[in-house]
Design a protein around this ligand. Sequence first.
Ligand code: CP3
Length: 342
Amino acid sequence: MTHKPILEVLNGEVADTTPIWLMRQAGRYLPEYKKVRAKIPDFLSLCYNPDLAAEVTLQPIRRFGLDAAIVFSDILVIPDALGQKVEFYENSGPILHPLSSVDDIARLKCKNVAQHLDPVYQAINIVAQELSDKTALIGFSGAPWTVATYMVEGASSRDFTKVKRWAIAEPVGFQRLIDVLVDSISEHLIRQVSAGAEIIQIFDTWAGVLPSLEFQKWCISPVKEIVRRLQKHKPWVPIIGFPRGIGVNYKYYAFETGVNAVSIDSSVPLGWVETELKEVNIVQGNMDPIVLLAGGKPMIETCRSIEEVLGRGQYIFNLGHGVNKETPPENITAVIEEIRGQ
Ligand code: CP3
């Protein structure tokens, strides 16, 4: 029998120690990542190189012994697979050739998504063979709304005016984009599970920017449909939802979408999580990445207060958002020791 604490928790059992992994645990804060990245300047080429993607997936596992590995990829491989031009620049983040009409949506190449993303499944395959029987493997995708924000804005955005305006003013046309994304994301997730992913996480980083009516339409409904399809094809695979910045709506999201666990951002008060959210779902989160970066006493105190309130029962330690690239790796070692009580 394998003994993977994170799977035990997601299956409703209580593990001996709190399982821990970190969003964006592979990346530029690790010298060993920067070494690989220097050899392959184009970020997407790294994502599509199964051996190197597997290598950087395993780097944080070797260094820290986390409870889960998350396959090295990106949420923007979906627009890339759909034929939209996607480029990554060192300091400005991703740049896409933005969609601005229903005709642009109609031109997306919906048929070759799984074929284009085959290197991701190969990377999962390699990692699955390398991991010890204590470490679980997570596959992931962005949620339709968050992926759509990049496809329409053409870059990271401050106020999301273009994409929100389209979604609010022309919901029938915008629905076509969301439908394309529900299809391609569902297929991508199902294939990741077939390749060896044991858990799925859905990143909805920009869920918090929508008004409540639109939140229902563009965040809840599409994620609920993806969860339905995934559960139909792979009923045993736990699904973690990460809708960032949705406040009290975490409770509604947790029961309405059908996810098995909900990953919360750092603004959610722990007392509310304990009394309101843990009744509905398994919780993952929520140390602020800058608390991790800052380290020292505030970091250890935050670990303790999180562990004190959430540590009993079904709970997975994580951050409220991804690891910041300035983070000293030794802070992560200290957090793991604190959470595991070593
Ligand atoms: O968690 C992991 O270790 C797995 C890998 C992973 C990456 N991106 C690698 C990456 C995951 C899970 C993601 C998710 C992702 N990508 C999200 C959702 C989570 C979040 O952080 O909100 C989003 C919004 C993206 C889109 C994206 N990718 C942006 C905005 C950027 C540029 C900003 C930045 O951090 O550099 C990326 C690039 C990216 N994705 C990097 C990594 C390691 C840095 C690229 C590099 O090496 O230069």
